[in-house]
Ligand binder design. Structure first.
Ligand code: URP
Ligand code: ZN
Ligand code: ZN
Length: 473
């Protein structure tokens, strides 16, 4: 091979696993892309031996929150630097957080502001989803179509939270724009009025501890909104993706819709496999520690966890994301909002951290024989890349793809502990859980960012913005 055609990197003896195939080969990388897959590739400028390790496409986290502007004195602990650092240490090489519109403000301004937060900070590549909170005629007719054309092809809408929620009519209008411009709408499906009614009843009775968060958002609240969102998608004739599905009642609605031939995609997250309502506080426990596990929809019970595992295996879910929502516990701008542990559950910032633990927690299901390696890659990398318009650049190991490759030790046992994680949050809800399988080495566009478990401190800002193409659903 001529000198100027040297390979920058050769990963030798790789046991490559994609969503569909498994093969042994060397991986040749030049200029950040995979240029050769084969036996006995010529010497590269850098050589890595992957014997005994699996080579998987880097994870694509299709739902995480990083440095998102927050109301009411709240602050996210992770910005694009600490959040993407943690992501890559957990085997994720692409993240898709949210540029969130504020009610009364423009969407374009939210995107510009969000770029300024990411630039110079991200260590891995990133695309943006939008959050549409105020679908004015200007947003629907001008801003949204323009942004879709510029590579922001997915957006989230909320059916709850006063500062974000859309009316049913607004949901229909946003879905119609998505249909016309071939974008994908992600739906946070919980019934707002049911939640506020239940919350008022609970707090009126003095039932304010974190564990009552679960009682204010029981499964029917999610089931009803899921069904309503499906109905809207059917009326408008457009695919949607229901995010962070927590259990069997919502799953039943999604299966029902899929059975009718509707394009209803769904996502679940680690918290619905590993946490239950008890983690927000046992009956009689009115302490505050449970705030660490307050997220929406809330974690439910072991029967629902089992239903979520089944739905991952049988294809109801297309994507497995972290929904990383990085609020520190001991932080007056985080879970202890205003420095208080006395306020009621409805003032606790919602969400749990999980950007680094997402893949190991699911991989443990592979080690336990619950799902196949191919399903693991499909749910965590291939399908999110396809659905969010980043494939084939991301989501696979193939000639022409970015060299975003993670070497996994499939038998390594790790006990998760926050002190070993790389986010800026002061806790993990998964403290003490032992998993089998860990991502030991990670490459982003051919640059080694993690080596044998050690973060190599790449330059902040090396991560690039990805313009997303049309979602493939
Ligand atoms: O409780 C959650 N899920 N917080 C993060 C924001 C969201 O709704 O995804
Ligand atoms: Zn949500
Ligand atoms: Zn979220």
């Amino acid at each position: 091979m001529p000198a100027d055609n040297n390979l920058d990197l050769v990963i030798r003896n790789a046991d490559v696993v994609t969503a569909s195939d498994r093969f042994q080969c060397d991986i040749g990388v030049r200029d950040g892309r995979i240029v050769a897959l084969g036996q006995g590739l010529p010497q590269g400028n850098r050589e890595i031996d992957a014997t005994g390790l699996l080579a998987l496409p880097g994870g694509v986290d299709g739902h995480c929150h990083l440095d998102q502007p927050m109301p009411d004195g709240m602050r996210m602990a992770d910005d694009f630097f600490t959040g993407t650092r943690a992501a890559v240490c957990g085997g994720t090489t692409t993240v898709i957080p949210f540029a969130a519109q504020e009610k009364g403000a423009s969407l374009k301004a939210a995107v510009e502001d969000y770029h300024s937060r990411a630039e110079g900070r991200a260590v891995i590549d990133y695309a943006f989803h939008l959050i549409v909170a105020d679908p004015t005629p200007a947003v629907l007719q001008d801003e949204l179509p323009t942004l879709i054309r510029k590579g922001y092809t997915s957006f989230k809408v909320y059916m709850t939270y006063d500062d974000l929620k859309l009316s049913d009519r607004e949901m229909l209008e946003v879905l119609d724009v998505a249909r016309e411009h071939k974008a994908l709408v992600m739906v946070h499906a919980e019934n707002s009025d049911c939640i506020s009614w239940l919350t008022d009843k609970l707090t009126g009775e003095g039932r304010i501890a974190p564990r009552f968060h679960g009682l204010a958002r029981p499964a029917p609240v999610e089931r009803e909104a899921t069904h309503r969102a499906i109905t809207f998608a059917e009326l408008v004739d457009v695919p949607i993706l229901i995010v962070h599905v927590s259990g069997k009642e919502a799953i039943e609605q999604i299966r029902w819709a899929q059975g009718r031939g509707l394009k209803i995609l769904a996502e679940t997250c680690p918290q619905y496999l590993y946490l239950t309502a008890d983690d927000m506080g046992l009956p009689g426990d009115d302490g505050y520690e449970g705030a660490k596990c307050v997220c929406s929809p809330p974690p439910r019970d072991p029967e629902n966890q089992a239903a979520v595992w089944r739905a991952l295996v049988n294809g109801v879910f297309s994507v497995f994301s972290s929904d990383h929502a990085p609020f520190s516990y001991d932080d007056p701008q985080g879970k202890k909002l205003g420095g208080s542990t006395e306020h009621s559950f409805d003032h606790i910032p919602n969400g749990v951290p999980g950007i680094e633990t997402r893949l190991p927690l699911l991989f443990d299901g592979v080690a336990r024989g619950k799902l196949s390696l191919h399903q693991f890659v499909e749910l965590t990398s291939y399908r999110p890349a396809k659905i969010y318009g980043l494939y084939p650049r991301k989501g696979t190991i193939a000639v022409g793809a970015d060299a975003d490759i993670v070497l996994w030790d499939p038998v390594r046992k790790v006990r998760i502990t926050n002190s070993a994680l790389h986010h800026a949050v002061d806790y993990t809800p998964y403290e003490g859980i032992e998993v089998t399988g860990w991502p030991v080495t990670a490459f982003s566009r051919g640059d080694m960012l993690v080596s044998n478990g050690e973060y190599l401190e790449p330059a902040a800002g090396r991560g690039r913005f990805l313009e997303a193409g049309q979602p493939e659903v």
